[in-house]
Unconditional design. Sequence first.
Length: 307
Amino acid sequence: MIFKLSTAKFRFFALEMAHKSGFVNIIGSPNVGKSTLMNQLVGERMSIISPKAQTTRHRIFGIVNEPDYQIVFSDTPGVVNASYKLHQSMMDSVNTALKDADIILLVTDLWEDSLNHKETLERIQKTAIPTIVLINKLDKGDDERLKERTEHWHKLLPEADILPISALHGFHTDFIIPKLVSMIPEGPPYFPKDELTDRPLRFFISEIIREKIFFAYEKEIPYSCQVEIEEYKESKRLDKIRAIIYVDRDSQKGILIGHQGKMLKKIGTEARLDAEEMLQKKVHLELFVKVKKDWRNDDRSLKNFGY
Ligand code: GDP
Ligand code: MG
């Protein structure tokens, strides 16, 4: 009897100590709140967010570390029907995210009818990977709408857990991580435990600049821009950064720079302030605009930009 008791104790101890780790991939249509959610979960401003669709072009990892688990979130570009080669490469990263996940977080909102990208929905319906449907933007709707949406998604994905949330206001989001921890397998961490993301500093600086462009311009300008960090000189008190904004066409260059360079200056100042906050030191940021004709359809440019 005593022997048994101590075995039970030992097993309990072992269970408690076992480390868990897993990849949790955030998927959904553009603009439903995927990046907002990841930032809320990871607790840092990891992924750029804007009110325009397709701000997130790459897959971005955000890592949550605790002594007994590590969750690696992937924020993906919204699922779109490819019309540019850039879209094709954005969809490739979504498709990879559908395959290598331990858990899929499918984000939708109270208005999206179904996933506007049929193929992705079909894949999720067929996959054996556990899926959680998060109905976001709960702050903007009423109970009736939520009830109707919940039933709708339950019909589409009967196996999935469904949770209404507000990523922006952090409503119900604290249920997500404990739920995920209960679902991920035991295993060692995939990344060193002090890392929050796999992306280098340069990447975040270029994302900050891109975010400012998204907020500053209407229509096609943001989608035609690519930011490249040409030079990054790090020192203890001050980082010197030179970035180039590439646009598609000559006409866009003038618009981006603005009358007497005012627009570019505004973007530069805003981006510098954010960068200083992120790096916790002074930043000297220089911005240049160059034309790279039709870069979104050019394989070599896409490759250079890391797509
Ligand atoms: P993504 O394209 O799916 O990554 O969407 P984003 O995270 O970039 O968010 C798109 C827009 O939706 C932004 O303007 C967010 O502030 C907004 N948003 C995200 N979550 C919520 C939410 O819970 N409530 C409301 N009202 N807006 C939200
Ligand atoms: Mg996004």
